[in-house]
Design a protein around this ligand. Structure first.
Ligand SMILES: Cc1ncc(COP(=O)(O)O)c(C=O)c1O
Length: 462
């Protein structure tokens, strides 16, 4: 064992040995990020004793809130019963039960579930499955995947290759050959000279043009988040998804809904594709909220039609050469079963009841001159500050005003997820009306302090 003298100093340990996600070369492996020491309900606490509302619910995942004793007991009991079994040649009860439950909730004929370790591996599995499916069907040329700017689908090689521009890095490699990017369905500012209907029509025209350009025989699938989460909670025009799905069906292109964020309660339903967007995808990807962040688990639900086609193909020996050590993990699946039970017993109803209040209270912030847009659906929302476009309120994106607002809100007791000129909110689904009031009050004060700071530094005026 190497020199161990410094182990008592957590900060030094992290700075010296821990590589944080998404680091920069200048600080890789030497960066300290504030420790969170504990969580309870909608709150987290840092090591200095500051108690904060967990505004982003971790990373869109702590849906039922922190320190849920029932979940903790399930984890303990499952670990004592069976901590792990190899999914290569054995099976376990929680994963069998969970696959049935998920298929009961999934729309249409989606009834076959493959479990992964999170969202990236869910998306990666969906893409690899579709490529395999087309190979077995004797059309290996049908490989292209259409995705969109502002989308986020993960950090594995293929899933990261689908991410929109702001997420790609010049320093990373991506699979470019089989990926085509469509425009973002973000209407804010883009529609200045168009109606929302014209904007929707343009998006649909673009999709149809791409299909004509590349040929439907070469396009395997379209993948989209029903609401683009990390891109800034982008809610598409009303009939956009329905129309995209119809075009997919007409052209033999599979529709993959990435419900890693919109699934498991965020919009008040276990899956939102059909309930909110009136679409029945061919595959749904899920993760995060499925275990409310208590255990890493994700997965895909695949339609019966696709599985039947494989079973009846002429290639009974064609193996789907894909599986993870932790596919169908018994603890993750047991946690998900309890998590869904808790959601059914009041949490989904709470989301449906509070969503309109949450959205309308947040919209009251629009009177602050730095705010350009407040948008969202369910319990996910984004506050976008004015940047670049408006000559009367110029504010460069380089200012990263989201971070300045977050800094002030944290001092007032609310953690946000800043993203350039935006602040994203997706609180635990167990919050109440008073919590919403508190969040909006802190936001108003934090944004006002941020405006004062920008003005005093001569960066912005209104
Ligand atoms: C829509 C979406 N898909 C996939 C992912 C990747 O999930 P994970 O980080 O669990 O791999 C994310 C993560 O934020 C996401 O928001």
């Amino acid at each position: 064992m190497k020199n161990n003298s410094n182990t008592s100093n957590m900060r030094e340990n992290a700075k010296k040995h821990l590589i944080q996600p998404w680091p920069y070369a200048s600080s890789i492996g030497s960066e300290y990020r504030e420790f969170v020491s504990n969580g309870n309900g909608i709150y987290i606490e840092d090591t200095k004793g500051n108690k904060l509302i967990d505004g982003p619910a971790g990373m869109w995942c702590s849906n039922i809130g922190h320190r849920n004793e029932e979940i903790a007991k399930v984890m303990y009991n499952q670990a004592m019963d069976l901590s792990y079994n190899s999914p290569w040649y054995t099976s376990n009860e929680p994963s069998a039960k969970l696959s049935k439950l998920i298929s009961d909730y999934a729309p249409g004929d989606l009834e076959h579930v493959f479990f992964t370790t999170g969202g990236s591996t869910a998306v990666e599995s969906a893409l690899r499955f579709i490529h395999y499916y087309n190979n077995v069907k004797g059309r290996p040329e049908k490989k292209l995947i259409l995705c969109r700017e502002d989308g986020y689908h993960g950090s594995t090689y293929l899933s990261a290759s689908l991410n929109g521009k702001s997420r790609t890095s010049d320093w990373m490699n991506y699979e470019n050959k089989n990926i085509i990017k469509l425009s973002s369905p973000k209407s804010f500012r883009i529609i200045e000279n168009k109606s929302i209907q014209e904007f929707e029509d343009d998006l649909i025209d673009e999709f149809e043009d791409k299909i004509s350009e590349y040929g439907p025989e070469n396009i395997a699938a379209f993948i989209g988040e029903p609401i683009q989460a990390s891109g800034g909670v982008i809610v598409p025009p009303k009939n956009y998804f329905k129309r995209m799905s119809k075009i997919c069906k007409q052209n033999g292109i599979l529709f993959i809904a990435d419900e890693v964020v919109t699934g498991f309660g965020r919009l008040g339903h276990i899956f939102s594709s059909e309930k909110v967007f009136e679409v029945i995808p061919d595959i749904i990807c899920f993760a995060k909220g499925v275990t409310s962040g208590y255990f890493p688990l994700g997965g895909i639900v695949i339609s019966k039609k696709l599985i039947d086609e494989l079973r009846s193909s002429n290639h009974s020996d064609a193996m789907f050469g894909h599986g993870l050590t932790y596919s169908s993990h018994p603890i993750g699946c047991a946690v998900a079963l309890k998590n869904i039970e808790l959601m059914e017993n009041g949490i989904l109803d709470n989301v449906l009841e509070l969503s309109p209040i949450f959205q309308s209270k947040l919209k009251t912030l629009l009177d602050l001159p730095i705010i350009g847009d407040v948008r969202g659906e369910g319990l996910m929302a984004c506050i976008e500050c004015i940047a670049d476009y408006d000559d009367t309120n110029p504010l460069s994106l380089d200012i990263k005003v989201g971070e300045i607002i977050d800094k002030h809100c944290q001092k007032l007791g609310l953690l946000l997820r800043p993203a350039i000129n935006m602040c994203i909110l997706s609180p635990p689904l167990i919050l109440n009306k008073n919590d919403i009031e508190k969040i909006v009050n802190i936001l108003r004060e934090g944004i006002t302090l941020a405006m004062d700071e920008l003005k005093s530094k001569g960066i912005w005026s209104n």
